[in-house]
Design a protein around this ligand. Structure first.
Ligand code: PLP
Length: 463
C-alpha cells in the first residue's frame, strides 16, 4: 500500500524509473514518448548531460543560502541572462519556486506598486474565463476555470472575469479578427469602467492559453489592443507565461510574437525544464524603481526563492536552448507536428479544431463538428484518451471542461524541444489510435449507461 497522497486518491499511477531524451521509462520496462513534457515542463527531455553537470557542480559548491543574507552567482547570472533576453525594460527578476508562486508574487507586487506610487485605492484584478494561473488561493482567484474554483469559492478574492480570446467558439460567424478584437476590448473596457478605472490593479492573461483551453493563441492584434487599453487607464498588464513561455511557442517569450511588453511576466515550468523547481516574475524597471525608491522592500518572500541549484539548472537549460538553436527546432517541429495532425486528424468527425503555436498544440474534441457540440462530460472522454494513449506508450495531456469549465474535451501536446521527425510521426500515430480507442470505449459506456458499476472512467478525476 502506498503512503503517498496521490493527486487522485483512487488511482495508483505507474512507477516511473527513468528518462532518456523524449522518453520516460516505467518499472515494467514500458517506454512512453513524453508528448506533453509532463505539463509542458521537460523542454529538454530527460537526462540532458549539460544540465545534470551544472546541478552536480552547484550542489558541490553551494546547495543553499537564504536570500535575506546573501546573493549568489547562479541567481545573478540567471537574472542577467533573462533581463538581456527579455523584450523592453523587463530588467528585474524576482525568483520563486513554481508557477503559482510566480503568479502570487506578481499579484502582490502589482498591489504594492500602487501603494508605493500613492494609488492605494487600486485593489481589483481583471482576468479571463477559462484561464489557469495556479492553485494557490490568489492564483486560483484570477484563474477562470469554474471546475477548479468551485469548491474554494468562499475563500477566493473577488476578481472580474471577461471573455478569453478563443476564436473557435468566441468569434461570431463572418466576424473579422479586428471586429472580434473590438468586441473583446469593448467588454474589457466596460468592466474597467464598471469597477472604476482608478481602482483596477491589473489585467492578467496567458498569451497562449494552455491547460484549460488547450493551446489557444490570440487572434492577431488582440494583445496590442489590450496593451493600449491598459496603458490608457494606467492598469498593469500581467502576462502568465508559466506554460507558454521559455521557448515553447518558438520565441523565448510568447509575448514577443504579440509585439507587447507587459509590466510583469510570470515564468516557471520550462525555465529549468523540470530538472529543478523554479519560477520567476520579471518586472519592468519603473515598477522596481517605485519599490526601491519607496519603502525599499517588496513585502513578500519564500525560503527557497533563488535556490542556487535551481538557478544553476535554469541557466544551463537556457544556455542549451540558445547553443543548440532549439527555438529553431521548436518552430520547425511545431509546424511539422501541426501539419501531420491536420493531415491525419483534420477531417476526423470528432476533431473540431487543431490549434496552437510552436510546440504547444491542442486538439479540441467535439461530438459534432458542424454545431461544435461537445461530448457529454459524464463520458470523461479526455480521461479515456489519456488512458488509451498511456497504454500505447504516449504521454499526452488531455483535459475536460474546455468550453465552460464543465463541458468540452481537448488534448494538449507539448513535446520536448529536442524532438525530430520520427517522434512527430510516433506522436500522431499513437494519438490517432488512442483517440479511436477512447471514442469506442465511450460509445460502449454510453450503451451501458445505467448498468451497475459503469460510471465513467478510472483516472478521470486526475485532472
Ligand atoms: N500558470 C499557468 C499558465 C500554468 O499552466 C500553471 C500550471 O499548469 C500555473 C500557472 C501554475 O504553476 P505551478 O503548477 O508550477 O504552480
Amino acid at each position: 500500500m502506498s503512503h503517498v497522497f496521490h493527486r487522485n486518491a483512487r488511482v495508483d499511477p505507474p512507477m516511473v524509473v527513468g528518462g532518456e531524451g523524449p522518453y520516460l521509462l516505467d518499472a515494467q520496462g514500458r517506454r512512453y514518448l513524453d508528448a506533453s513534457s509532463g505539463a509542458a515542463v521537460s523542454c529538454l527531455g530527460h537526462g540532458h548531460p549539460v544540465v545534470i553537470r551544472a546541478i552536480e557542480e552547484q550542489a558541490r559548491r553551494l546547495a543553499y543560502a537564504h536570500t535575506s543574507f546573501f546573493t549568489h552567482e547562479p541567481m545573478e547570472r540567471l537574472a542577467d541572462w533573462l533581463a538581456e533576453a527579455a523584450p523592453g525594460d523587463l530588467t528585474r527578476v524576482y525568483f520563486v519556486s513554481g508557477g503559482s508562486e510566480a503568479v502570487e508574487a506578481a499579484l502582490k507586487l502589482g498591489r504594492q506598486y500602487f501603494l508605493e506610487i500613492g494609488e492605494p485605492q487600486r485593489r481589483h484584478f481583471i482576468a479571463r474565463r477559462q484561464s489557469y494561473h495556479g492553485n494557490t488561493l490568489g492564483a486560483l482567484s484570477v484563474g477562470g476555470n469554474l471546475w477548479r474554483r468551485a469548491q474554494f469559492g468562499p475563500l477566493l478574492i473577488e476578481v472580474s472575469h471577461v471573455s478569453p480570446c478563443y476564436a473557435y467558439r468566441g468569434r461570431h460567424e463572418g466576424e473579422s479578427d479586428a471586429e472580434y478584437c473590438d468586441r473583446l476590448i469593448a467588454e474589457l473596457e466596460q468592466e474597467i469602467l464598471r469597477l472604476g478605472p482608478d481602482t483596477v490593479i491589473g489585467f492578467v492573461a496567458e498569451p497562449v492559453v494552455g491547460a484549460t483551453l488547450g493551446a489557444v493563441p490570440p487572434v492577431p492584434g488582440y494583445f496590442r489592443r489590450v496593451r493600449e487599453l491598459t496603458d490608457r487607464y494606467g492598469i498593469l498588464l500581467i502576462l502568465d507565461e508559466v506554460m507558454c513561455g521559455m521557448g515553447r511557442t518558438g520565441t523565448l517569450f510568447a509575448c514577443e510574437q504579440e509585439g507587447v511588453v507587459p509590466d510583469l511576466i510570470a515564468l516557471a515550468k520550462g525555465l529549468a525544464g523540470g530538472y529543478q523547481p523554479i519560477g520567476a516574475v520579471m518586472v519592468r524597471q519603473p515598477l522596481f524603481e517605485a519599490i526601491r525608491d519607496g519603502t525599499g522592500f517588496f513585502q513578500h518572500g519564500h525560503t527557497y526563492m533563488g535556490h542556487p541549484i535551481a538557478c544553476a539548472a535554469a541557466l544551463a537549460v537556457l544556455q542549451v536552448i540558445r547553443e543548440e538553436d532549439l527555438l529553431g527546432n521548436v518552430r520547425r517541429q511545431g509546424e511539422a507536428l501541426r501539419s501531420a495532425l491536420v493531415q491525419h486528424l483534420g477531417d476526423h468527425p470528432h476533431v473540431g479544431d487543431i490549434r496552437g503555436r510552436g510546440l504547444l498544440l491542442g486538439l479540441e474534441l467535439v461530438q459534432e463538428r458542424a454545431s461544435k457540440r461537445p461530448f457529454d462530460p459524464a463520458l470523461k472522454l479526455h480521461a479515456a484518451v489519456k488512458r488509451e494513449a498511456m497504454a500505447r506508450g504516449l504521454a499526452c495531456y488531455p483535459m475536460g471542461g474546455t468550453v465552460d469549465g464543465k463541458q468540452g474535451d481537448h488534448v494538449l501536446l507539448a513535446p520536448p524541444f529536442i524532438i525530430d521527425a520520427p517522434h512527430v510521426a510516433q506522436i500522431v500515430d499513437r494519438l490517432a489510435e488512442a483517440l479511436e480507442a477512447a471514442l469506442a470505449a465511450c460509445g460502449e459506456t454510453r450503451m451501458q449507461a445505467g448498468a451497475p458499476g459503469v460510471r465513467g472512467f478510472g483516472g478521470g478525476e486526475a485532472f
